[in-house]
Design a protein around this ligand. Structure first.
Ligand code: PLP
Length: 402
């Protein structure tokens, strides 16, 4: 009966039972092109032995419970592992959950690790305020202080950095850091959120693991929170245990949105990069701008590393130092009409945040200064609008805030 339903052969069941166990339509040939969204938290087995095996093994012998594994989340993990050139991946409920899982799975009380200073404010908070409560300490260095990093790696559990640091967009010399880590026998873990696998695959540069906030470029539409770590099987196994014990698993719906976003990640990142460069060039000489930081911009200190690691691209985010400090930066932000003052980055809308008052409030004035974040520093995530409209909105807002 094509298109019809096979009615349940249990006519004596009452309405409420039939409502819980409705009849299934008969299977038909034809596979869906879109990824199936599997929201089920639990999975049934008619074979008791297979159920027991799947429950005991937890991974690879069948789906039992979605905190352990879920088909839609597995599809997202396979897709990102493939793009990063990794053997496996483990997804988490957010980028921070993924980063926290890395530190907690690799370090025990009394351990230390080494990290670059040029990382997201939330990661600073985790490293400097939260982890010490568990007896884990971070030794933090400028990402280009190779001598300091090499010395601190002695006895460390891992080295952590971002490919393009949030928010000052300094590019890390991954080859050099990878070599230092290898010499010390310590894994290099790279947050590749800003670059995305479109621009850089850190495993090709000596990293042992790559982490993403999938909330950003991977998802790309400001509608999901997620995180993912790509690495080899042994590394991922540890993270799976920890993620499941802590319950930090990604929801199937967010995994589904992320896979949908991934289909266009190459196109979106290319467009964000070319627009960001155009915007950086048009703002560079504006009187209301003290400095523009963008690794692909002529004269930027990150240009050589961008050539070496990012195929000459600079990513979709740029740093804008508004002349006149905090007050003018606030007026500038309020005068914007297209670019939206909002946290986050890497999506289709262009977003701007004032770092000292929104994303990096955790840093003291001294820490802000040593991370190169001035009072007027704004982080601009360049979206998919026409670059001429983005530039003109920024220029009008600068003119009217002067
Ligand atoms: C580089 C980087 N890593 C990690 C995170 C944390 O990601 P999430 O907000 O998904 O927890 C962010 C958030 O902005 C980020 O910019």
């Amino acid at each position: 009966m094509p298109g019809g339903t096979s009615l349940s052969p249990e006519p004596d069941r009452r309405l409420q039972t039939r409502a819980v166990h409705p009849p299934s339509p008969p299977p038909q040939p034809g596979e869906p092109l879109a990824l199936r969204l599997d929201p089920s938290t639990t999975f049934s087995f008619s074979d008791a032995g297979a159920f027991a095996r799947a429950s005991a093994e937890k991974v690879g012998a069948g789906y039992t419970y979605s905190r352990w594994a879920n088909p839609t989340v597995d599809a997202f993990e396979a897709a990102v592992a493939d793009l990063e050139g990794a053997a496996e991946a483990e997804a988490f409920s957010s980028g921070m959950a993924a980063i926290a899982a890395i530190f907690l799975s690799m370090c025990s009380s009394g351990d230390h690790f080494v990290a670059a200073r040029q990382v997201y404010g939330g990661t600073h908070e985790l490293m400097e305020s939260r982890l010490p409560r568990y007896g884990i300490s971070a030794r933090i260095f400028d990402v280009s202080d190779f001598a300091g990093i090499a010395q601190a790696l002695e006895g460390a559990r891992l080295l952590f950095c971002e490919t393009i640091g949030n928010p000052r967009v300094q590019v890390a010399d991954l080859d050099k850091l990878g070599a230092l880590a290898a010499e010390a026998g310590v894994p290099l873990v790279v947050d590749n959120t800003f670059a995305s696998p479109v621009l850089c695959r850190p495993l090709e540069h000596g990293a042992s693991a790559v982490v993403h906030s999938a909330t950003k470029f991977l998802g790309g539409h400001h509608d999901l929170l997620g995180g993912i770590v790509c690495a080899d099987g042994a590394f991922v196994r540890e993270l799976q245990e920890l993620g499941r014990d802590f319950g930090a698993t990604l929801s199937p719906f967010n995994a589904w949105l992320a896979v949908r976003g991934l289909a266009t990640v190459g196109l979106r990142v290319d467009r964000s990069c070319s627009s960001a460069l155009a915007v950086a060039r048009s703002l560079k000489s504006h009187a209301g701008v003290a400095a523009v930081h963008y690794p692909a911009l002529e004269g930027d200190p990150g240009k050589n590393l961008a050539e070496k690691l990012l195929g000459g691209m600079g990513g979709g985010v740029l740093g804008l130092e508004v002349a006149g400090g905090r007050e003018r930066a606030a007026r500038f932000q309020e005068a914007l009409r297209l670019v939206t003052p909002a946290a986050s980055l890497g999506g289709h809308h262009s977003l701007l945040v004032h770092a000292a008052s929104i994303t990096h409030t955790q840093l003291s004035p001294e820490e802000l200064e040593s991370a190169g974040i001035s009072e007027g520093f704004c982080r601009l995530s360049v979206g998919l609008e026409d670059p001429a409209d983005i530039a003109s909105d920024l220029i009008c807002a600068l003119d009217s805030s002067g």
